[in-house]
Design a protein around this ligand. Sequence first.
Ligand SMILES: [Zn+2]
Ligand SMILES: [Zn+2]
Length: 490
Amino acid sequence: MNIATRSHKFWIQMKKGSDTVPNEVLDKIIIRGARQHNLKSIDLDLPRNKFIVITGLSGSGKSSLAFDTIYAEGQRRYLETMMAYARQFLQILERPDVDLIEGLSPSVAIEQKTISTNPHSSVGTVTEIYDYVRLLFAKVGTQFCVNCNIPVQQQTPDQIVRTILTDFANRNVLLLAPLVIGRKGHYRELFRELMAEGFVQVRVDGTLRDLQDGMEVSRYGTHNIELVVDKLKVQKKSASRLRESLKMGLERGSGTIILHDHDLKKDTFFSRLRSCPKCGTSYPDLAPNSFSFNSKFGMCRTCGGTGLSRDITPEAIVVDPRLSITDGALLFPKRDDFFLVSLLNSLLEPHGVNTNTPFEQLNATVRDLLFFGKNQKDSKKGIEFAGVSISNLKTKFEGLVPMLRDLDFEVYFGKDSADIEAHLPLVECGSCGGTRLRPESRFARVVDSGGHEVEIGSVVRNSIDKVSALFEELKLPRRNQEIAQPILHE
Ligand SMILES: [Zn+2]
Ligand SMILES: [Zn+2]
């Protein structure tokens, strides 16, 4: 504790001269009275812009000082300067137990622990740097349509009215204003206020409900609540009413309105803010959550945000080609799946083979039939199953490979599912290309005036050096630059 004692004296000397800390001492990080966890009210000065190593016995408080005090306070202060909306998405750290810290920069901590438990992650994703990247994309990113790959633009209320009049002519529709999207709460007050305003119906999690006294929804469930703004039949003569309702709906729904086709039971989204001009697909506002693979608003739906999926190929399915299907040549179907085995027999019969034929004796035509449902011929042999004979299948046999891809392993294989999965190699998820993010998020880019652009996918996969090089090339317009500057600096 030598350093601490000496700097304490230094501190007292400073105090004699003035009540505040002069600016020139800010080439140091000054810590006074740090008591986080087991720290014993430590005073310490650290030089800025230096590589500092903190060593000591296990339990002496190295992490409490580095992570829980200096890093925590640095990040907390930085986030405090962010807009309120951004803060709600980033985990705010509590103020550490310390009297004073001066000379701090926004801080980023790289924990070795995190890296070792996540072998598949790149550096860009394991550090808190990714929090800032998400923020950058949420603030200055441009949404591109996943279908048309063009920038998503906003629609005026007049354009929306024209679209509804032509595309939904003579349909019975509901105009719904989304009030709550995927959030928790009982929403008692919301319902009460809407009632007081004279509204009569809401749609809660897809079901229309009349507003009633004391109405609420389950507090811990995630809810979607939409206000029924109007019910009408779309006609030329109702255009002005439509326009009025739409105006109110867009106000209530923060720029978005849902048109529910009562006859087709189908929702169409319109946004004054963000919808594709070509195909009309609406997009939610970009938020830091949109770029989190741990959030359902960001994760790839195919791989659940892991970036990996099981590689299901014919090669992976064949366990032992010397055996017949009945004897276990294949991983799938399981041997007691009598229905599927019987179905395979009816398919193999026209080709002069059956499930008792050793797999290695099946020719390419038959293998294509087994794995991908090709070369199907009419079979005279019906399917014998549970004492019943079925001659015609309702659907065409699509092949073992696609069937296995859609299969719920745990339901089908039961306790063997882990063993079966272990046979199938893990590969990069085909849907998200390993970026772990859903398409909407992957189609958001930070674009500059010179046509340079950065996709979130290239950030997820690359090292810190590569990522910062990507951003250095960007020349953002001034408005975006002001927003992005403090983030890029990190
Ligand atoms: Zn589109
Ligand atoms: Zn994926």
